[in-house]
Ligand binder design. Structure first.
Ligand SMILES: Cc1ncc(COP(=O)(O)O)c(C=O)c1O
Length: 454
């Protein structure tokens, strides 16, 4: 019988996370203090993060041990399955072999708990009582809510206003795990009030929600801030995906020629790709790696590689990344998790070094691919994940044109069961594509900070 699923046992759950920084041919640019323009040290980050996470942010160790209490919780749903998409291959009539790693089996339906659990664990260990965060699609807020509940921490989530309206079930999910969820921009913070004063109808953005969450954490000693993507330690926690996938591809007697993942802040992309990238850098096996982003928020394909703030109110340190400008508010397309002006510094650096490629698609093409995938494989992807699906399908179609039987692996980073309004709109023909917001991006890029960008 032809295998469909490649499953690992509990005792095969990885014991370490993989750190790409250890294998990079050139080190990452330092993070800069926004006041002085000097590289930040651990003390500068201490108001926001616990010591263990600051250490992980800066470490150059190749393997970082996963604490046992974290592994015990991850085992609730990990190891996640690797599927061979035989029905999709047939529907596409392609000679390519398509595999996907399915992260939608987690309790919140995506890859996000891979990092919310360790982040909550390290904060609890450091004596923190309360955690603030932002959420776009609601996936990250849901994942952090459940992790906070598991470690007895309070959780306050600023949810981008457009998603707050689109996704009441995500809000209910967070509240069921005891979190408080506020639509951002809000009147509860100075950053939120400043935005609302200028634009009372502002639909919000991840950059604005981050400002609100950081502001609350910085002002309260018992409160920490957690970020769902972008930072080195978040990417590190997600590498468990790729480490499992390496074992599962081995079970299948195969190895990817090309890996595809969607990119919002870069964490699920890094999660599946970095362990394979490390093998390539260590001279083990070659692989092409493709990042897929929305055409309406194209930080990797059209952004500048420059120092910028991670948030709109400029409360965060400056990081060197692909950015569309921290004041850019992306149009309200239906992939809330991909509506971020910047990209993880480590993913940006990998692109600069030619270690991966980037491409972009409009939302209608992504939804069409998602529905095509669902009809073949039976899983309805999250709108964000549809970007990976369309990227993988285009690769399979190329293989058909070229008569090549390449192996394609993509990250199906979440299911779309909380995103049904998007599918209702798509099925009713109400979704539209947004033109690339050239003028707004040019304006936002004109405001890049001077530090590091001369
Ligand atoms: C399902 C899903 N995929 C992807 C993303 C984008 O984030 P990242 O690029 O960090 O994986 C999000 C973010 O909320 C998400 O919810």
């Amino acid at each position: 019988m032809d295998s469909i699923k490649y499953l690992l046992n509990d005792n095969q759950l990885p014991e370490n996370w993989y750190n790409l920084a250890s294998d990079l041919p050139e080190p990452l640019a330092p993070v800069l203090h926004p006041g002085t323009g000097e590289p930040v040290g651990p003390d500068d980050l201490a108001p926001l993060f616990p010591p263990a996470l600051i250490e992980q942010e800066m470490t150059s160790e190749r393997w970082v041990p996963i604490p046992q209490p974290v592994r015990d919780i991850l085992l609730q749903w990990r190891c996640t399955p690797l599927y061979r998409a035989r029905r999709l291959e047939k529907a596409l009539d392609t000679p390519a072999k398509i595999y996907y790693k399915y992260e939608g089996v987690s309790p919140s339906g995506s890859h996000k708990p891979n990092t919310s659990v360790p982040q909550a664990f390290y904060n609890k260990e450091a004596g923190i009582k309360k955690i603030t965060t932002e959420t776009g699609a609601g996936q990250w807020g849901s994942s952090l809510s459940l992790a906070c509940e598991m470690f007895g921490l309070e959780c306050l989530v600023y949810m981008v206003k457009v998603s707050f309206g689109q996704k009441p079930y995500r809000r209910a999910f967070m509240e069921s795990f005891g979190a408080k969820c506020i639509a951002s921009p809000s009147e509860t913070t100075a950053s939120g009030r400043a935005i609302l004063e200028k634009d009372p109808d502002c639909t919000g953005s991840l950059g604005i929600a981050i400002s609100e969450a950081v502001e609350v954490a910085a002002q309260n000693a018992d409160t920490s801030y957690c970020l769902g993507s972008v930072l080195n330690h978040v990417l590190l926690h997600q590498t468990i995906i790729g480490e499992e996938a390496i074992m599962q591809m081995d079970m299948a007697g195969d190895y990817p020629d090309v890996i595809v993942a969607c990119t919002g802040g870069g964490s699920n992309f890094a999660g599946i790709a970095f362990p394979f990238m490390g093998r390539k850098l260590r001279g083990q096996q070659d692989v092409r790696i493709v990042a897929v982003e929305p055409s309406a928020c194209p930080s990797l394909t059209k952004g500048r590689h420059a120092y910028d703030f991670g948030d709109t109110a400029h409360l965060t340190p400056l990081v060197k990344m692909h950015t569309l400008g921290s004041t850019f508010v992306p149009p309200g397309f239906h992939s809330g998790g991909l509506r971020y002006h910047g990209m993880a510094p480590m993913v940006s650096h990998a692109l600069q070094l030619g270690m991966c490629e980037a491409t972009s698609y409009n939302q209608l093409e992504c939804f069409a691919a998602g529905v095509q995938f669902a009809r073949a494989e039976g899983i309805l992807p999250a709108p964000e994940a549809n970007h990976a699906v369309v990227g993988a399908i285009r690769e399979a179609e190329r293989c058909k044109r070229e008569g090549k039987s390449e192996t394609i692996l993509f990250n199906l980073c979440g299911h779309g069961h909380f995103d049904m309004q998007a599918y209702i709109d798509y099925n009713a023909g109400k979704l539209k594509d947004y033109a690339y917001p050239e003028d707004e991006i040019a304006m936002a890029l004109a405001g890049l900070p001077s530090f590091g960008n001369s």
